[in-house]
Design a protein around this ligand. Sequence first.
Ligand code: ADP
Ligand SMILES: Cc1ncc(COP(=O)(O)OP(=O)(O)O)c(N)n1
Length: 274
Amino acid sequence: MKHIPCALTIAGSDPSGGAGIQADLKTFQELQSYGMSVITSLTAQNTTGVQGVYHIPTDMIEQQLTSIMNDMPIHAFKTGMIANVDMMKVIEKRVPEINAPYIMDPVMVATSGDPLISTQAQQYLCNHLLPLATVVTPNIPEAETIIGEKINTEDDMKEAAIQIVKHYGAQAALIKGGHIKGDAVDFLYDGNNMFTFSAQRIETKNSHGTGCTLSAAITAFLAQGASFYDAVKRSKTYITLAIKHSLPLGNGSGPTNHWAPRINETTKLEEIKS
Ligand SMILES: Nc1ncnc2c1ncn2[C@@H]1O[C@H](COP(=O)(O)OP(=O)(O)O)[C@@H](O)[C@H]1O
Ligand SMILES: Cc1ncc(COP(=O)(O)OP(=O)(O)O)c(N)n1
């Protein structure tokens, strides 16, 4: 039987389907990796913001992980919303045992401005989980929180990527440029080289879940054995298409379109899946 790439997400649930676990599983499926999930928190949220949160007890988070690890292969995994230090301790213990590329989306605050993790958890994430990450994918506000400095320019973004690798010990850092004016430019530093991934900015308010979707795509491609560079390049193509065809749903910031590569863009689909 052909190798079946298996990708796992450890994250919070977004019942409106644009971000969190739901975005991750849709992305894994679209990009042809088998998707699995461990749910850390249930949020009540929609395109306008977060209305409520219920945290899954840590022993149940651990049990979900155990069930998967005892029975299923994991070729790459990502984390998203990990709301508190106790949850982080469970994940920290399991990362070395999973022994696969670890993509960390350091989710802190939703685009709506609603906080998704506690202040102590932000600190713990920087000091304990970041050093375990194969690649960490902060947006600009998250990168600012990690390094404790403002980021205003593309040079600041590159400097942040270098600092996160050198100071916090992540193997690679991808700083995403969604929250800065101009083209949507992301920088990847892998400890040796700085790579630039650029796309024209698409004028839309419907960008709910862009970060979750991008990191899930990187996870899906790394599960298939892609190199770092290829995984990020193909993921950037995917997220750009997903934003280009984003969906005007809800009264706030609508979701990206996870099936975008199938919309009259067959050449793009080949480009992503090759
Ligand atoms: N309006 C846009 N047009 C094109 N690409 C975008 C746009 N907004 C964000 N992106 C891209 O989407 C990805 C996620 O970035 P970002 O929005 O910064 O993350 P997050 O959702 O974590 O805040 C990045 O590749 C970024 O460059
Ligand atoms: C459950 C959950 N996890 C993560 C996020 C943040 O998603 P992100 O892709 O960073 O984008 P926005 O939703 O902030 O646009 C979330 N909202 N919910």
